[in-house]
Design a protein around this ligand. Structure first.
Ligand code: HEM
Length: 538
């Protein structure tokens, strides 16, 4: 668009120049026609370079209406705080800056090539941005990268389209439907426990090292397949499952150095360039993305045939959405891909964090196991109803999600000139919403806000004191549609895992990285290696 505008402008300028020169006889000789397009190209290039220099050096330093906002001094005159500041996803560095500079409202920093970023540091200001939903939209760069694999489903749609899609999808999340899913949550969680117990048995050791990331990912994929479309991905029984591999590749779940480079290029380069890059990883991603699309199309086709024949199977989200007859098959494919993506990795990350915290806090693990076993006498007798009545389990799960939100940051871009906290925000400004400013706020949660302590949920501060204290599921018109679904599923998986097993770090104070493209989880060499043992007597 910018290029087209510049081209039109340059053509006009060349035309005016030539007209003027002939009128005022500034050019006494006659230019051959071939020079006209060359003139346009040269002028266009000049203007593009000029515009680039303006955005890079002049706008952020001398012209931006946001330049007076408080923020850290950039270490580089040409590259602000660099790409690393943009990549940091937990918000830890931004919280340090806000604390050092006593900023409580809006902070500004310069990212890669001096690009301006705003960071609301007060939970109320984060909420204001989230509530002005259609003024602050998902950035176009995200549309390019994520939209490319997810299609135009509920996650990436905006405005009236989003309202319409949400109204259609919300019918698949009613309490009645969620109740019917609890059997699936339970069956799959129990299957996972049996598979892990078998792995322990076969290892010949009482507490072998098990990759919990792999199990959490496979179990949650099986659950989401069954609940969204009534299909069995079979990821737990078959770890070499095509679809599981495809999801890993598309979402770059265990990024290698090479993959992170591609990821960065993918953020900026147009699709036709990405498609032509001679890279095996990229070809794999495209093939995987196609596999997921074909798979979804196939499921939709089958459902249509079944509906025509009047075959009624178990209830699932896709059937409920299709029964409304309001979406085309292509739209259904996009929604199905969105639901599988949104509901798989998020819970999988939460389960990994839960196991990691259990391994680091044996006293909490013992207390949780005792609470579960007191409420439910044996593994075979676990029921959905019993799970709902264990207060310490609820506190434990909420604390995991508070301290380790599966999606720690979300980005918005102003679609129009707007205001935040009374400050004028020009169109196109990028705003980084780090949930840690709420979830880890000392003001809201006390001086131990960064510690893992499920007991805080019994006290009156934090979430009871402010509705902005826990933003793990975001808020406003785009708040997580699957929040209740997620809580029931999470509690079910943790009941089975923590009720049956004890976890221990592979080595004392094991160093982990926090990785993932959209969700964040604890990782060591691509895995979460925890010593796992069966605790007898259940
Ligand atoms: C621990 C689990 C989960 C967490 C922490 C979580 C968190 C979030 C967050 C933070 C957003 C807002 C993202 C943004 O605006 O950029 C979101 C949106 C969404 N989530 Fe979840 N989620 C979880 C599980 C689920 C599940 C299980 C489902 C469905 C089965 C789901 C479906 C969705 C959908 C459809 C949206 C888009 C809503 C919209 O834009 O209107 N989520 N989630």
């Amino acid at each position: 668009m910018v290029l087209l505008r510049t081209l039109i402008l340059s053509s006009l300028e060349v035309y005016i120049l030539i007209r003027l020169s002939s009128i005022t006889s500034l050019i006494s000789w006659k230019l051959p026609t071939v020079w006209y397009p060359i003139g346009v190209i040269i002028l266009t290039l000049f203007q593009i370079v000029g515009y680039g220099v303006y955005c890079w050096l002049i706008y952020p330093n001398f012209a931006s209406p946001l330049r007076g906002l408080p923020g850290p001094k950039a270490p580089s005159w040409w590259n602000g705080h660099g790409a690393r500041a943009d990549k940091e996803r937990s918000g830890e560095q931004k919280r340090v800056w806000a604390r050092q500079l006593s900023i409580n409202g809006l902070m500004r920093y310069k990212g890669i090539l001096n690009a301006e970023r705003l960071v609301p540091t007060d939970p109320r200001v984060i909420a204001e941005v989230l509530n002005k939903t259609y003024s602050f939209v998902k950035p176009s760069i995200l549309q390019l990268s994520l939209g490319r694999v997810l299609g135009n489903g509920i996650i990436m749609s905006e405005g009236d389209e989003h309202k319409y899609q949400r109204k259609t999808l919300v019918k698949a999340f009613t309490p009645r439907i969620l109740r019917s899913f609890s059997t699936i949550f339970l069956d799959k969680s129990k299957d996972m426990v049996k598979f892990i117990a078998r792995e322990i048995n076969q290892s010949g050791s009482d507490n072998p090292v098990i990759d919990i990331n792999s199990w959490s990912s496979r179990c949650t994929l099986d659950i989401i397949g069954q609940t969204t479309a009534g299909i069995n991905f079979n990821a737990m029984a078959d770890p070499s499952n095509n679809l599981l591999e495809a999801y890993d590749k598309v979402f770059l779940l265990a990024p290698t150095k090479r993959k992170s480079w591609l990821n960065a290029v993918n953020m900026f380069a147009p699709l036709w360039i990405m498609k032509r890059l001679p890279s095996k990883t990229l070809k794999d991603i495209t093939a995987s993305s196609h596999l997921i699309q074909y798979f979804c199309d196939d499921v939709i086709r089958h459902k249509r045939v079944e509906a025509e024949k009047g075959i009624e199977k178990n209830i699932d989200m896709l059937s409920i959405i299709m029964a409304q007859n309001s979406l085309s098959d292509l739209e259904l494919r996009h929604q199905l891909m969105n639901l599988i993506a949104a509901g798989h990795e998020t819970i999988s990350a939460a389960v990994s964090w839960a196991a990691y915290e259990l391994s680091r806090h044996p006293e909490i693990a013992t207390r949780l196991r005792t609470a579960i076993r007191e409420a439910i006498p044996s593994f075979e007798s676990v029921t959905a109803q019993a799970i709902e009545n264990i207060p310490y389990l609820r506190s434990f799960c909420k604390e995991v999600l508070r301290l380790h939100p599966s999606i720690p940051v979300t980005i918005r871009e102003s679609a129009i000139d707007e205001t935040i906290n009374g400050q004028f925000i020009p169109k196109g400004t990028k705003i980084m919403l780090f949930f840690a400013f709420a979830n880890l706020s000392e003001e809201l949660w006390g001086s131990d806000s960064e510690e893992f302590n499920p007991d805080r949920w019994e006290r009156s501060e934090g979430v009871n004191a402010s509705k902005y204290a826990n933003l793990t599921f975001s808020m406003g018109p785009r708040t997580c549609l699957g929040q209740r679904f997620a809580m029931i599923e999470f509690k079910t998986i943790i009941t089975c895992l923590a009720g049956m097993f004890a976890f221990e770090e592979e080595t004392k104070d094991m160093v982990i990285n926090i990785e993932g493209k959209i969700t964040q989880r604890p990782v060591r060499d691509g895995k979460l290696p925890l010593k796992t043992s069966v605790v007898p007597g259940w």
